[in-house]
Design a protein around this ligand. Structure first.
Ligand code: M6R
Length: 615
């Protein structure tokens, strides 16, 4: 969602801010803006509806001088996307400019009080209330910015990451965080960088501080980073080293990040397993399982909480944990779980899965589980994000930054971590024989090679894609481990091509969706060879009998399904439980190529945000 960038140093701020906004474009936004204190001391704010490139065009004839600035990409929540509602927002006198990510829940009450005291508002956003409130407190109490921010934040209910520029103090940016991410980069030359995640900072410094909830940071050029809380007590956040490389943030010759990320998957899974599976490929070691063995091994139940693609990974996790570890598992949409008053036992293990580590609903579900005394385990990609910091322990998936809004490599990374976790726990609980454990671990290490083979279907899928671009609806069918793959395939298509698609358990089709089938609706069936193979063939025949057009994903060597399908995509064989790691690849490619054929912006689909930091 919204993105924050800031810089204070000795270089020109504008190019750093614009580049930073471009790096954050993947998060999703509909307007952008920048504020800088110019060489002559004026505080200039420029904003534009649309892309960062529209902002650049708007700034062409403007004063873009100055070495201190803040910038923002806005994903509209309160008020339509236009240049007035875009950030930064000026204070009434024009002395301050503020950017904000998150939602101020009590903004209407605060706004009414400010209006009663004569403050006029320019926008309809909740964010503007913050800057007007801070300036009002400064003026009314004769206090400086830091103290006014502390007083103001005591009155605010909601989630925020904010950054404020003060024309009277051009060497300082003040920022604060509550339930919305904010990272400070420490330059070698006394400069400070600020961003919603490490991607805009990585090319300037590898030293960062991830602010914690309640932190207020003072970035003063040439001074040590000062972090306090609302009560002015000094905080001591740790300086961390980021391991994001520039190559990970560039497209590397691919037309879109999504395609790059699809093709990166074999390497990503090798990284994910590196150091965790030994060289003989017969043993998995996860430090979280060693450190918290008792909690995990004696879990009464596992509750998986997640959203979107991560929820689909959770559905695969359920099958892994139940069949290998014999632990009952529930998979919950975090957004439903948090409000449902669920029964949570202290000996439950709650597994929170999230690529970004910032999803508001998943964070709220974690909070609920923690309050109920459950042990919370995180499966996350973004290093240092909120979820890994709010869980008792966890495992990073280590697939590198995922920039494409449609999640691909994070999904297979999540499934790989869940596979390793289930195998570790099963081995500790002795719920699978030692030999089976070793065979499964070995097979898991073969998956990246098999993925490479699966990626060879790319050209075939590119050729097939135009056939499907005119479809209004598509159906994805799968059973067992492949049912979540069907859901995920359908979600990918919806997100980037805007074609309506449904994932369904193949056998459930006859209880309703079969009514939709005709020659106009493509049906994609995951029909790899497993326990339910023969049954899936029957389901394909049911589709064919009603004139449906079937594209089937089959295991190499299959000779049966081609008799019933219009198109066959052949995949390498693997164990049933690892099939999602292979079968997802052609479905990702299919969604990608269909969207490209339809001329869609694959990396930045309309209305979507990469990290959903509001509920
Ligand atoms: O960062 P998270 O994994 O918590 O995000 C959850 C969903 O918002 C996310 O998976 C979303 O569904 C993706 N756009 C799917 O491609």
């Amino acid at each position: 969602m919204c993105g924050i960038v800031g810089y204070i140093g000795t270089k020109r701020a504008y190019p750093i801010l614009i580049k930073g906004l471009q790096r954050l474009e993947y998060r999703g936004y509909d307007s952008a803006g920048v504020a800088m204190i110019s060489e002559t001391g004026s505080l200039n704010v420029y904003k534009a509806k649309g892309k960062v490139s529209d902002l650049e065009a708007f700034c062409q004839e403007k004063d873009i001088t100055g070495c201190a600035g803040i910038a923002h990409t806005r994903w509209a929540t309160h008020g339509e996307p236009n240049s007035t509602n875009a950030h930064p927002h000026y204070s009434a006198s024009g002395r301050l400019a503020l950017i904000h990510n998150g939602i101020i829940e009590n903004y209407l009450t605060l706004k009414e009080k400010l209006i009663e005291r004569g403050i006029q508002f320019r926008s309809v956003t909740d964010s503007e209330v913050l800057v007007q409130l801070v300036e009002y407190i400064m003026q009314n109490n004769g206090i400086e910015l830091l103290e006014a921010v502390q007083v103001a934040l005591h009155q605010v209910i909601g989630a925020y990451a904010i950054a404020i520029l003060d024309r009277e103090h051009p060497d300082t940016i003040i920022c604060a965080r509550q339930s919305s991410p904010l990272v400070v980069g420490l330059g070698d030359d006394g400069a400070f960088y600020l961003a919603s995640d490490a991607s805009p900072i990585a090319e300037y410094t590898d030293k960062v501080v991830y602010l914690n909830d309640g932190d207020i940071a003072v970035l003063q050029l040439g001074k040590e980073l000062k972090v306090v809380n609302m009560d002015n007590e000094t905080q001591h956040p740790k300086v961390k080293q980021i391991d994001v490389t520039l190559g990970q943030l560039e497209k590397g010759g691919y037309p879109y990040f999504m395609l790059k990320e699809i093709f990166e998957q074999p390497g990503c899974l090798r990284d994910c397993m590196r150091g965790r599976i030994n060289v003989d490929a017969d043993r998995i070691t996860l430090s979280a399982v060693i450190d918290y063995r008792e909690k995990l091994v004696s879990a009464r139940r596992i509750i998986i909480v997640a959203c979107g693609t991560s929820w689909h990974a959770g559905l695969i996790g359920k099958q892994l944990f139940e069949s290998l570890c014999r632990i009952p598992v529930e998979v919950e949409y975090a957004s439903e779980f948090r409000y449902r008053d669920p029964v949570i036992y202290p000996d439950d293990v709650v597994v929170a899965i999230s690529q970004s580590g910032e999803t508001a609903d998943t964070l709220a579900a974690i909070e609920l589980a923690r309050k109920a005394g459950a042990f919370v385990f995180g499966v996350c990609n973004a290093i240092g994000a909120s979820i890994p910091r709010q869980t008792s322990t966890g495992v990073y998936i280590h697939v590198g930054p995922e920039i494409g809004v449609a999640s691909t490599k994070a999904f297979t990374g999540q499934v790989t971590v869940l596979s390793m976790l289930a195998l570790c726990i099963a081995n500790e609980r002795r719920t699978i024989p030692g030999e089976q454990y070793k065979e499964m671990v070995k097979e898991l290490t073969q998956i990246p090679d098999k993925m490479e083979q699966a990626l060879k279907t790319n050209e075939q899928i590119e050729r097939l894609a135009p056939i499907f671009t005119y479809a209004k609806n598509c159906l994805y069918l799968g059973r067992g481990y492949n049912f979540p793959v069907a859901l995920e395939g359908a979600l990918k298509l919806k997100e980037i091509s805007y074609i309506h698609a449904e994932g369904y358990p193949a056998a459930e089709m006859k209880h309703g969706p079969i009514a939709l089938i005709d020659s106009e609706m493509p049906v994609f069936v995951i029909a790899t060879r497993d326990r339910l193979y023969e049954k899936v063939i029957s389901n394909i025949q049911e589709v064919r009998a009603r004139g449906g057009r079937v594209t089937a994903l089959v295991t190499e060597g299959d000779t049966q399904i081609q008799k019933f399908a219009d198109h066959i995509i052949t995949l390498p064989d693997t164990l049933e439980c690892f099939q999602p790691l292979i079968a997802s690849i052609p479905l990702q490619l299919l969604a990608y190529h269909i969207a490209v054929c339809k001329g869609k912006d694959v990396d930045r689909p309309r209305n979507l945000a990469k990290s959903v930091t509001v509920e």
